[in-house]
Ligand binder design. Structure first.
Ligand code: HAM
Length: 419
């Protein structure tokens, strides 16, 4: 038997309905917030992620599914959606769109070669948004509130918003220098990755999984102490808007995010549900003001977030929230005898075309087994057509909730079921 690849999963009937419901809720909220859907390819030029996500990140250094196609092009299965959306924004000159800012959402599979564990997959589905073209703290607050609204409407209660500011370029440079000075004297005690990151991007040391418990991590200079006045004011305004919206948050100066494109606002939403598991981050996002330019477009600010549907569903399970009711069908048809089956096939076909959800037996089962099948499908009605009924031109329609049954003329059956 061929095994499913490690870190991937089949979403089977019974489970897939939850995915559909979750996507429906998220889509509807995005529509209310005036975000429009964008669909980009699942593979992109490897170069896009080297430049977009950053070549000192774990994602680029260790986790990409990269390959050469038969034409020798370097391609990568997308590990995230932001770089692709920004590539498309630039390529399609969306900065020239009449409606600004450009507000987009997307959903689809992402691929990262990570060590699979609970809540961590090699193929997972992200739902994300990107708002491009506005450098306004109200925009940051909107994006955060959109994510929080999705979790709220899903019915999650045990979620916590953690927020930080990574500041503008000037602030980041000052912080970078402080980090370098902090780690340099004892960099020999850190892993090889951290050593190579010291010069290029010491911020990345802070989210190293191996050296997480080193004492220098706890005493590392905080970005909040290096924000210049402008960055500090920007952050304060974002927080003030969150206060206006009555969205509670916790400022965490150690939150740095694992992708290189961020500046100013960075945030994560965590599950605080008991028994959720070791990985508690449900959603991550932030501002990326330099990215459009880095990918060849005009200077354009941007902010967004993404969350995985897998982790959202795990959080729902941890909190005991049911997202979908048991599916019901309008009627199950039980036909006895060839002629009755012919009649039933015709009515079922016509009824389905009119929007009814109908089912009938295709296994030549006995009457009793067909009743059981109807129960399993939670049929609201059972329609019985036997030889006697056929002779009278009627069917017996049984209401499964009240137990009442009545004879209905065959030609009125669909109309009656619809009513
Ligand atoms: P990220 O923090 O790398 O950010 O991923 C965002 C979310 O994707 C995580 O919070 C988590 O829910 C989910 N996720 C990531 N890796 C896995 C995995 N291996 N298995 C299951 N779920 C996973 C980004 O991807 C940014 N593009 C977000 C963003 C959009 N920033 C601005 N705009």
């Amino acid at each position: 038997m061929i095994q499913i690849p490690r870190g991937t999963q089949d979403i089977l009937p019974g489970e897939v309905e939850k995915w559909q419901k979750l996507e429906e809720i998220a889509r509807n909220i995005c529509t209310n917030y005036q975000y429009q859907e964008i669909r980009t390819p699942i593979f992109e030029s490897t170069e896009l992620f080297l430049r977009g996500v950053g070549d000192t990140t774990d994602i680029v250094q260790k986790e990409m599914y990269s390959f050469e196609d038969r034409g020798g092009r370097g391609l990568t299965l997308r590990p995230e959606g932001t770089a692709s959306v920004v590539r498309s924004f630039v390529g399609n000159k969306m900065h020239g769109n009449a409606n600004q800012p450009v507000k987009l959402f997307y959903t689809g599979p992402m691929f990262r070669y990570e060590r699979p564990q609970k809540g961590r997959f090699r193929q997972f589905v992200q739902f994300g948004v990107e708002a491009l073209g506005s450098q306004n703290p109200a925009m940051d607050a909107e994006v955060v509130s959109l994510a929080m609204t999705i979790y709220k409407q899903l019915g999650l209660k045990d979620v916590k918003l953690v927020i930080n500011s990574l500041g503008d370029t000037e602030s980041r440079l000052a912080h970078k220098e402080a980090l370098t000075n902090h780690f340099a004297p004892r960099i020999g005690e850190f892993c090889g990755d951290c050593q190579s990151r010291l010069e290029k991007n010491p911020l990345r040391i802070l989210d190293c999984k191996k050296d997480r418990d080193h004492e220098l991590m706890k005493t590392a200079p905080s970005i909040l102490d290096y924000l210049n006045t402008e960055s500090k004011e920007y952050f304060e305004k974002v927080l003030a808007f969150l206060d206006v919206m009555e969205i509670p948050y916790e400022v965490d100066p150690t939150l740095v995010r694992g992708l290189d494109y961020y500046n100013h606002t960075a945030f994560e939403i965590m599950s605080t549900a008991e028994g959720f598991g070791a990985i508690t981050t449900l959603c991550g996002g932030g501002r990326y003001n330099g990215l459009v330019q880095d990918l060849g477009g005009p200077e354009t600010p941007g902010i967004g977030f993404a969350f995985s549907i897998e982790r959202a569903l795990a959080a729902l399970e941890a909190e005991g929230v049911t997202l979908v009711d048991e599916p019901k069908i309008d009627a199950y048809f039980i036909a006895m005898g060839q002629e009755a089956v012919n009649t039933a096939v015709g009515i079922v076909h016509a009824g389905r075309a009119e929007g009814l959800s109908l089912e009938m037996d295709y296994l030549d089962r006995k009457m009793k087994a067909q009743f059981k099948a109807a129960d399993r499908l939670h049929a609201k009605h059972i329609v019985i057509i036997g030889e006697d009924e056929l002779a009278k031109g009627v069917a017996v329609m049984k209401d499964q909730t009240s137990g009442e049954q009545e004879e209905v003329a065959l030609e009125n059956l669909i109309k009656t079921l619809k009513a």
